[in-house]
Design a protein around this ligand. Structure first.
Ligand code: G3P
Length: 250
């Protein structure tokens, strides 16, 4: 009932020629009926990528936006600017932005509203640090982050949003959460959405797992009851592995 979504988060990798070459290689292959395929790239790549994916089913996303629509915010990019380029998705609240760029639950929420104001689909990231996991606080952390992110959004907006559960200790470390553990947290997050918006919205919202997902383990995650896709860093950078991720998500 929910369309699986594989999103590559390129982080701060790839120049424009590299980005174009990537799309040339994955065209027609990282396109599988019934699976949504999204590349979230650095701002500098976005115009070239939007052009390169024309005529394909691949969608393009940004990795951040500012919560204001315009103003004296040197170095920032607004939702209106992204939408004007033809971008469809935007990652919000990635743990790297929370850790290195002072992103808070409050700014994440403002960015969710900004994304919807401009017709962008947010992929909002939540997840616990290693010490929080070890202290048994995983669900508490996800509850605070999820409820804050969705504050003030309508039921229709909530149903459109994508949530990425990314345990921070599993990002880029090669240590992935087991598929069963990830599914348990993700079903808990779905229950939180149910508590906020009711069952219909909870059944519609897509929740991805992120953290050391690779072609070899993607099918195991996708086989779980509540996992609707993956947000993938390292393994999304090589065309061959990105193709396998999308094909493995079916
Ligand atoms: O947003 C994706 C992410 O942070 C996971 O990165 O390299 O562990 O797949 P990676």
């Amino acid at each position: 009932m929910r369309t699986p979504i594989i999103a590559g988060n390129w982080k701060m990798f790839k120049t424009v020629p590299e980005a174009k070459a990537f799309i040339e290689e994955v065209k027609g292959k990282a396109e599988v009926e019934g699976v949504e395929s999204v590349i979230c790239a650095p701002f500098t790549n976005l115009p070239a990528l939007v052009e390169a994916v024309k005529g394909t089913s691949i969608k393009i996303g940004a990795q951040n936006l500012h919560f204001e629509d315009n103003g004296a915010f040197t170095g920032e990019i607004s939702g209106e600017m992204l939408k004007g380029l033809g971008v469809d998705y935007v990652i919000i609240g990635h743990s790297e932005r929370r850790a290195y760029f002072a992103e808070t639950d409050e700014t994440v929420n403002k960015k969710m509203h900004a994304a919807f104001r401009h017709g962008l689909t947010p992929i909002v990231c939540v997840g616990e640090k290693l010490e929080e996991r070890e202290a048994g606080q995983t669900k508490d952390v996800c509850k605070v982050q999820t409820e804050a992110a969705f504050q003030g959004l309508s039921a229709d907006q909530a149903a459109e949003a994508v949530i990425a559960y990314e345990p921070i200790w599993a990002i880029g470390t090669g240590k992935s959460s087991t598929a069963q553990d990830a599914n348990e947290v993700i079903s808990y997050i779905r229950d939180l959405v149910k508590g906020m918006y009711g069952e219909d919205v909870a059944n519609k919202v897509r929740i991805q797992y992120g953290g050391s997902v690779k072609p070899e383990n993607v099918a195991e995650y996708m086989g779980q009851s509540d996992i609707d896709g993956a947000l993938v860093g390292g393994a999304s950078l090589q065309p061959a592995s990105y193709i396998q991720l999308v094909q493995g998500a079916k």
